[in-house]
Design a protein around this ligand. Structure first.
Ligand SMILES: *Cc1c(COP(=O)(O)O)cnc(C)c1O
Length: 355
């Protein structure tokens, strides 16, 4: 058990209107902090008013990007209770990311206690409108004041909270995706499986290029063969070919193990829908489209839950998928996942954790 001290703000902010939330633009009144040092381990757990923090310009995070994060949500149900979706999975993944970046792990029970405590202090910040939620961003930064390239000896773990709007205010519209043939997101042995800012920094150029060409996201291919499907933007990706749902396997360590990905696979299996986790080449997708067998494609992630892909652009050719409409499997997954998250359906999978 952590001993968390709580210092409440004496100037609470005015909360934004629920139709003006957007994503990650507003932050709640409080934040959680905890320090690490080699001598004391993780210590000094505290909740304080949200605000700027002070760091030395030489803090290692600014120079060698020893930083990692998580992303999850608190949902308000119709009866007003607040709940989390599979937080144990996020915490396990955070600790796996810690291992990859040589950052000390956090006891999973302590991490869950910290998340629940800060959400509870700011429970009035969990919005009530349909489709809205409180986005939770835990992250860890290296704070040693030193320019030598070495894992830090001190760290700061923080949790900040942001009320976010409905991802699909105007209904679910399939997005246009562009296959990225020049840049790659990660390679075998690299950091693709870790949720770190560094991966995002490296992906911005591809994203910018896609946006300039009028696409919402890029479809990344693997960094070695430059042909196997990796992820779409910052989401895991699924293709439905001839009734079989296919998503890239995690075995090469270049796919981020999404909680939404895992949950989609488990739901599909429970429904008896055939699912394959395997290597899938872009050529196989193109071939399936040519033969009229590419039924659906969609991305999965905490922010959008399910994001249908309506168009895939590659090497001058546009492939329209499912007539640019959301497919039956995408829709069923979206309804089931959001139903459990917002407490509209029974939690038959045991995925819900009340705050
Ligand atoms: C966070 C993330 C995902 C989605 O993971 P969820 O746990 O489903 O939100 C997918 N890909 C990348 C690169 C990510 O950072």
């Amino acid at each position: 058990m952590l001993n968390i001290t709580i210092q409440r703000t004496d100037s609470p902010k005015v909360k934004p209107a629920s139709d003006k939330l957007g994503f990650g633009k507003h932050f709640s009144d409080h934040m959680f902090l905890m320090n690490y040092s080699t001598e004391k381990g993780w210590h000094d757990a505290r909740i304080v008013p949200y605000g700027p923090i002070s760091l030395e310009p030489s803090a290692m995070v600014f120079h060698y990007a020893q930083e990692l994060f998580e992303g999850m949500k608190a949902y308000r149900t119709a009866d007003g209770t607040i709940q989390l979706f599979r937080p144990d999975r996020n915490i396990e993944r955070m600790n796996n990311t810690c291992d990859r970046l040589c950052v000390p792990r956090i006891d999973p029970a302590d991490a869950l206690q910290a998340i629940k405590a800060v959400v509870d202090v700011d429970k009035d910040w969990v919005p009530t409108e349909e489709g809205t939620s409180l986005y939770i961003r835990p992250f860890i930064i290296a704070t040693d004041s030193m320019l030598g390239v070495h894992p830090s000896h001190t760290y700061l773990f923080m949790i900040i909270l942001s009320p976010v709007g409905s991802y699909y205010e105007a209904g679910i519209n399939p997005v246009k995706i562009c296959v990225e043939r020049e840049y790659v997101r990660c390679v075998k042995g690299g950091t693709g499986l870790a949720k770190i800012g560094g991966n995002y920094a490296a992906s911005l150029i591809g994203q910018q290029k896609a946006e300039q060409m009028g696409y919402a996201q890029v479809l990344w291919l693997d960094g070695i063969h430059r042909k196997y499907i990796d992820e779409v933007g910052a989401m895991n990706v699924f293709f439905v070919i001839d009734g079989v749902v296919i998503t890239p396997e995690l075995t090469d360590g270049n796919i981020l193990p999404g909680v939404t990905r895992r949950s989609a696979i488990e739901l599909l299996k429970s429904w008896g829908v055939p699912v394959e986790e395997r290597k899938l080449s872009i050529d196989e997708v193109i071939e399936a489209h040519k033969n009229g067998k590419l039924d659906e494609a969609f991305g999965t992630g905490t922010a959008a839950v399910i994001s249908p892909i309506g168009e895939l652009f590659d090497c001058g050719e546009t492939m329209v998928i499912n007539n640019n409409e959301i497919g039956a499997i995408s829709k069923k997954l979206y309804d089931a996942l959001t139903g459990i998250q917002w407490g509209k359906c029974e939690d038959t999978m045991g995925w819900i954790e009340k705050v």
